[in-house]
Design a protein around this ligand. Structure first.
Ligand code: SF4
Length: 312
């Protein structure tokens, strides 16, 4: 028996993927249907800021089926056209999914959750736009649908958050996470590896913070410099250096080692952006995932390894 086999037989997984989690819950994987709820972004319209986050180009969050002046229900029906009816997860993805009145948010949640085949609702938003009223709207659904709150954290380092113009600090995330926990709503934190001013120490600091928070889910992205963003200017001025493909598997593995073993890993890298991507140019997604898995197997790393030792 090789070492590799021993390692594999001691653990059921290298990390707890979204696909395996969905199979536990539903016995199958489910498609997520992204929606633009049309609420816009307070970090763009002047309410919090006017310049947006340095890495963001909002149009990249709006999927093809959501383009045009369509209601969320119309977007869903366009996304599902020509497909056989099957359960799916509705995902408020574009902009800030809770940046509206409690009544309008309540109506949207009610409408979506009552659509046929909706098995879950994931709400993406900023942590500073989550309060008790928003969460009380979601709470009645948690035993009927798979409800998750997706919060943009990006980094647990306040200096980084300031540098990339998030317009909120770590305290907003901590507060929103706490309010959601009180109501039994799982939280998924979005993080970006490779932000300006961050080395491995800061990135692992974000993992340790999320471990302390006993976070239910994490989406890991590598920083992608998108055309027309302030991050592109930072790249040109040398303020940020994109991560290399060679360094990424060890960074992701280090991040996963610090997280609790039960945290669901919803993603390991950012989506490809075609012509809008300035840097870094990496191989296709599956190859990056394979490189991460290979690194973890070869180096004997797995999600929760440091967490279980209490050394995060
Ligand atoms: S990342 Fe979110 S909060 Fe930041 S500018 Fe884009 S939509 Fe707004």
């Amino acid at each position: 028996m090789t070492n590799r086999t021993v390692l594999k037989s001691q653990r059921p997984f290298l990390y707890r993927s979204l696909a395996s989690y969905l199979r536990e819950v539903f016995g199958r994987t489910l498609r997520k249907v992204p929606i633009d709820p049309g609420f816009g972004c307070p970090n763009r319209d002047g309410s919090i800021g006017a310049d947006g986050c340095a890495f963001c180009r909002m149009s990249t969050f709006v999927p093809e089926h959501a383009r045009g002046d369509l209601s969320p229900v119309e977007q869903i029906s366009r996304a599902r056209k020509g497909r056989k009816p099957e359960p799916f997860i509705a995902y408020l993805q574009a902009g800030t999914g809770t940046y509206t009145t409690p009544e309008r948010f309540g109506d949207l949640v009610e409408t979506i959750c009552n659509l046929p085949d909706v098995a879950g609702l994931f709400v993406g938003t900023r942590p500073d736009f989550v309060d008790g009223a928003v969460l009380d709207t979601l709470k009645p659904w948690i035993h009927r649908k798979l409800v998750w709150l997706e919060l943009g954290l990006q980094s647990a380092n306040d200096r980084t958050l300031q540098r990339i113009g998030r317009g909120h600090g770590l305290d907003s995330f901590t507060k929103a996470r706490h309010l959601a926990s009180e109501r039994g709503i799982p939280v998924l934190a979005h993080v970006i590896l490779g932000l300006p001013g961050e080395g491995p120490e800061e990135m692992m600091g974000t993992a340790s913070y999320l471990a302390e928070q006993m976070i239910e889910g994490v989406k890991i992205h590598h920083l992608q410099v998108i055309r027309g963003t302030r991050m592109e200017e930072m790249l040109r001025s040398g303020e940020v250096t994109p991560l290399t493909m060679d360094s990424y598997p060890a960074l992701v593995a280090g991040f996963l080692k610090r997280l609790p073993p039960y945290t669901v890993i919803h993603r390991l890298l950012a989506d490809a952006l075609g012509d809008l991507l300035v840097a870094p140019q990496w191989p296709e997604r599956e190859k990056v995932i394979q490189a991460i898995r290979r690194h973890m197997l070869q180096e004997g790393k797995w999600q929760g390894r440091l967490y279980e030792k209490g050394s995060v």
